[in-house]
Design a protein around this ligand. Sequence first.
Ligand SMILES: *Cc1c(COP(=O)(O)O)cnc(C)c1O
Length: 861
Amino acid sequence: MKAIRRFTVRTVLPEALSALDALAANLRWSWHQPTRDLFEEVAPEIWARIAGDPVALLGAVSPARLDELARDQEFVGRANALRDDLATYTSEPRWYQTLSDAPRHIAYFSAEFGIAAALPQYSGGLGILAGDHLKSASDLGLPLTGIGLFYRAGYFKQSISADGWQQEAYPVLDPDGLPLTLTRHPDGAPALVSLALPHGRTLHAHVWQVAVGRVTLLLLDTDIPDNEESLRGVTDRLYGGGGEHRLLQELLLGVGGVRALRLWTEITGRPQAEVFHANEGHAGFQGLERISTLIHDGLSFGEALQVVRAGTVFTTHTPVPAGIDRFDRGLIEQYFSGDLLPGVDVWEVLALGGENYPGGSPDVFNMAVMGLRLGQHANGVSVLHGEVSRGMFNGLWPGFDASDVPITSVTNGVHAPTWTDPLLLELAERRLGTSDTTAADWGSGAVSDAELWTVRNAMRANLVADARRRVTAAWREENPGATPPAWFDELLDPDVLTIGFARRVPTYKRLTLMLEDEDRLASLLTHKKRPIQLVIAGKSHPADDEGKRLIQKLVRFTQDPDLRRRIVFLPNYDIAMAQVLYPGTDIWLNNPLRPLEACGTSGMKAALNGSLNLSILDGWWNEYYDGEDGWAIPSADAAGDAEERDTLEAESMYDLIENQIAPRFYRRDAKGVPGRWLKSVRHTLATLSPELSADRMVREYVNRLYTPAAVAARSISASDFAGGRELAAWKGVVSAGWEGVSVVHVESGGLAAVPQVGDRLHVRAQVQLGSLSPDDVAVEVVYGTSREGDDLVGTATVELAPLDDDTSAATTGPIALDGSRTFAGTVTLSRPGSFGYNVRVVPKNEYLADPAEMGLVAVAH
Ligand SMILES: *Cc1c(COP(=O)(O)O)cnc(C)c1O
């Protein structure tokens, strides 16, 4: 019989071991090696079995063992010292405390958070990134609070049937067995968040707190008795349902999340959040809840929108329109027509998510579009993805070139202490005198090649052992009571060149590209002198049968008796597997269809461990591949069709492995050390680690997005939101009057017959402003390199001044008979080569963050 409820009965810890409780309650253990070592010592066998989860460990360890430890002075002393160290870590000033103008409190919203295998609240890269963001925010001292949902069954647990088909199971998590604390009012009553739904129903949620170092993560949970039965399941699974179920989750995350944050700040006395960061479109409704509050405080919708935009950062993660979260417009109308958001008109909501641009659909509500309209600060997640996003969303800023679209990029990073193997960390500490592997001098002779190679070999051996253990355990689960096949003990070889490939399985990631030429792959796997082996893992979304077919095709290939020792698919890819997998590979393979990988982070995690990348030039690799840190698979973008492209790219991949990678890996000196290979490993560790670390990413967010957002939010909110009111009124006037704005005539002079670098080009533009004043606009020369098709690239701008404007009163400038005004200025020619320019008029206001922001422009023709 199945249990309908589960809970964990904990052993009471002896008083002397109370430090263990404190250490288990803060997820810093997920990246703090000394704390992990301490817990492992409590019961090494249990620790290995439960994938390093201290709370589960303390639930499983025997009272006798605890008594023994309580009498061990050395152990107790170390536990207490680590507890003190945690207290220092969570309170001492860090990098953030040296900044000025930075936000007093940042709210970070995400639909998933991947922090530790023990808290499976993630499906893939987006969640792991959010988890790493929180961890680096903690290390750097950011006053940041994460907001998400507590999914009772997480994503899903994957197993693979004998014929290779993915099976999903949804084991239910027990919050009592996890490092979670319920948020309560001072009187002990649980804090309750409520949302008014159509037909008089109400959705309630409790708020769990997770301590992630010095950061708190708030997770909303609807599985509580206050809810009617059908609503208890709103937070059942991550990305489990479509349509209405998904909408309810996102309403809870956005609207409920802001309410939960407000309750929590009141209870704890923290400062109000100044900056709201929406990690992907799922959390977009957070902006609407904040608008509703401001309307309650006396602002109009338009005024509140300006205030909310100023303090909002929106990060987009998908380069494919099909990947964007969309809802049926009718459903949104139904949910926002009631009492959900007091003061907010449903038509205003619908307008924010409307795809009213060429190619858009009138029937859908687009969460990314709303995200961009609610956020004055927006970014993609790699340089290339920023570029792709500017093109993809160009329709929201009509009249502007894609390069002018106000979406910047911050390249993702990964949390080094989480993703660096303990063996490599130990080497850095022992030989290079630092526990920060991203700052270590990996080129130094203090670490010999032989020593580095020993560590690389040990990490590969760990992966081999882990793979055998996993395959055996999975087999036992499918075949209870039977003896596993003997060849499992020969699965993979600790000395063979190991290539890793693991990720979610959407089609664009091309899980099965390696099978394009099965004979060729087989010959690489079984090469007499220079064999390779492949370790593969990945989950397909439960509703994606195409992805499951890819997994099946691959699993069937791995079952070939001649190949099965050299290629394996490991079921249930998760953080615990990933932490052993990346360090154990020599090569990390990534072969997405360019440019569909927004950034990709698994290759970064591999690189932090000295694994070399073999990847299509997409996402992060497009900006960091330098010829020494790995290999680039050329994209066959120009191929006739998809099949031809796959064939060409697969061939390049096989060629690189056979002719470059394997020879370098197997070229050894007398002692068996591959010197040339290790040169690349050192180069990767030294140059990539600092760049790929989430600390670099979080600093960039602080400097380039959070601080400007906080400054903008303060300025627009000052004096009872005077700036917000002014900006809303001004935007109304400018939008209404914009059709009267045009560039009538442009003339230039001042250049010799053959212009030279350093010459000055004088430009005069006659501009019609209609009802607007010169103060409302910037008249700009946009200049750059002029290529075929007349498109300017590498552009810069110079603002022209109203002519004869020698006083501060711009309105006294000369006005022509037709009402137009003259603006003039000069451009210095600073570069040789083809030069082109144009003149444009854009709105100008101190509260605008970007000239393209309003999507209004008049260009000379
Ligand atoms: C890093 C990671 C991912 C994401 O990898 P990408 O290369 O960004 O797709 C997914 N799952 C797990 C368990 C990871 O650790």
